[in-house]
Design a protein. Structure first.
Length: 238
């Protein structure tokens, strides 16, 4: 629909005819999006262009090929079933997507963010994410039997359904013991980290609950870069 609105603003009609399509149609569409304020992200532009190109190819198979120097990359395309020699082909029209740079938090920001948590459960979650490097899914998948506190170890199910054992710092062991003894409701599920209040009390903590927890503390501390749900907490600078 975005492409149709742009086409209508340029050609003063919503009807798209094959004779009006040129090799630079999609390039003009990219230039239009790049000139908008605020400018759409590169991934949004690429998604819109890809959908428009597929729609044009489906509706007008004989339309001119969209060519724009500097926006394509040559690659070898294999034939079906891998038979015969691969042939050179051009990639779709795309704009360059800037690499995402993860900026680590400073030591003061880490300390301020960590100090905003109050319960042993929340402090243990942050400690496992920050010090042990666990992913969000790994933290949520932990069961009570995975915390081998007498041995100061934690059994973690990682990628590929493989288990690994991680050593626990004395402070983390103390937090987990306090959480299991005083905060964890009884009865509850086999999960290690569960909801402490509300209708879901005693149920396994969900990704939405973890996201809501960290969103609250980001707003409390005004540390916008502390977003540990989709990516690990950045380690402090040394």
């Amino acid at each position: 629909m975005h492409f149709v609105h742009w086409w209508e603003s340029v050609h003063h009609t919503g009807d798209i005819r094959e004779g009006d399509l040129r090799e630079s149609t999609l390039l003009d569409y990219v230039r239009f999006q790049s000139s908008q304020q605020p400018r759409p992200s590169s991934s949004t532009i690429n998604d819109r262009v890809a959908i428009a190109e597929r729609a044009i190819r489906n509706e007008f198979p004989q339309a001119p090929c969209q060519i724009a120097h500097g926006f394509h990359q040559a690659f070898l395309r294999r034939k079906p079933m891998g038979l015969g020699r691969p042939r050179m082909a051009l990639s779709r029209l795309r704009v360059k997507v800037p690499k995402r740079n993860i900026v680590p938090l400073s030591v003061n920001e880490v300390a301020r963010f960590w100090s905003s948590f109050r319960t042993s459960r929340d402090l243990a979650i942050v400690g496992l994410r920050l010090l042990q490097g666990l992913r969000s899914a790994e933290v949520l998948a932990l069961n009570g039997e995975d915390a081998l506190l007498s041995e100061a170890q934690l059994r973690v199910r990682g990628k590929g359904n493989k288990f690994r054992f991680l050593p626990l710092a004395p402070e983390t062991v103390q937090l987990l013991e306090h959480y299991l003894r005083l905060e964890r409701p009884n009865p509850c599920s086999a999960a290690l980290f569960v909801s402490l209040k509300g209708r879901a009390r005693g149920a396994r903590m969900t990704p939405a609950g973890l996201r809501s927890l960290f969103r609250h503390h980001r707003q409390t501390t005004s540390i916008k870069l502390a977003n540990p749900h989709r990516c690990d907490i950045p380690l402090p600078q040394t």
